[in-house]
Ligand binder design. Structure first.
Ligand SMILES: [Zn+2]
Ligand SMILES: [Zn+2]
Length: 280
């Protein structure tokens, strides 16, 4: 159970507290004053309490140079007042209730290189990340979709503009939630290979290590590296269910045939087998 807090991005004047079981599945609500969709701005396991929070920033010289405008907005100051405050001491403080402090923390994000500050008492909630579309200002939604056999596109999508605000391309293994049971036989493995395998196995939590056998249970993304080692050295292994993702193997040794093909495809290119393998 969570306490979540919504705020209208236009009015920004009142927090609406709700209790939900699942944060990712709670419904959106609209502002009772202007009808805009409200943003869930933070959440936590504590009920709202009346308190005064104090944000204290220390790097006043840097702030004076670069972020005078932000300080004016944080304190509702005009330029003269803001400069006076900044010249007064070697720190500047802002006091306010929960909503005020939240709004000031958002402004503080604009001063991305100012990290020397404290909040007392500490801000008691986790702020959510809200991605707005830079073109139309609508809230972008988290989206993940398959682009080909092995890859997914993941990012924030603006439904109004029909475009991603940003995205990255992920390997299917990164989002696979299946737990794979992997058994590796070490009977034929030499000392160096055993050490390399153990180095990877030690990073995993759910494992059984026997004299000549290792059993691990973990997510695709976590066993990917271990699988690559066992495949590289042709170590005997069993995996259940079968691993469906591509395992990127280290570069192979070049053969004369490979470089001949490469030279044929690129007239003028001259390659020497020994030199090219030495580069690898
Ligand atoms: Zn509103
Ligand atoms: Zn948009």
């Amino acid at each position: 159970m969570w306490y979540i807090f919504d705020l209208c991005p236009k009015c920004k004047d009142k927090l609406v507290e709700r209790i939900v079981d699942d944060i990712s599945e709670c419904e959106e609500i609209c502002c009772p004053y202007c009808g805009s969709k409200m943003d869930t701005v933070f959440y936590g396991d504590k009920k709202y309490e009346t308190a005064v929070y104090k944000i204290t920033l220390n790097q006043v010289e840097d702030i004076k140079d670069k972020y005078l405008g932000v300080v004016m907005r944080m304190g509702n100051f005009n330029e003269k007042e803001a400069l006076e405050k900044l010249n007064e001491k070697d720190s500047i403080s802002f006091e306010g209730d929960l909503l005020n402090t939240f709004i000031n923390l958002e402004l503080l994000d604009e001063m991305w290189d100012i990290s020397d500050y404290i909040i007392t008492p500490p801000f008691p909630y986790i702020r959510t990340f809200i991605q707005k579309c830079p073109d139309c200002g609508e809230k972008a939604v988290y989206r993940i979709e398959k682009v080909n056999k092995n890859e997914y596109k993941r990012g924030f999508f603006c439904e109004k503009c029909g475009e991603y605000v940003w995205y990255d391309i992920l390997d299917g293994a990164e989002i696979d939630e299946t737990i794979y049971h992997l058994k590796i036989s070490l009977r034929m493995a030499g000392e160096k290979v055993r050490q390399e395998i153990m180095g990877a196995v030690n990073q995993l939590h759910d494992k059984d290590i026997f004299k000549d056998e290792i059993a691990v249970r973990d997510l695709a993304k976590n066993i990917k590296y271990l699988l690559r080692i066992v495949k590289t050295y042709n170590i005997e292994y069993e995996i259940n269910p079968p691993y469906p993702h591509k395992i990127y193997m280290p570069k192979k040794e070049w053969a004369q045939e490979d470089i001949e093909q490469l030279m044929a495809a690129n007239p003028g290119l001259v390659l020497n087998l020994e030199e090219i393998n030495a580069l690898n």
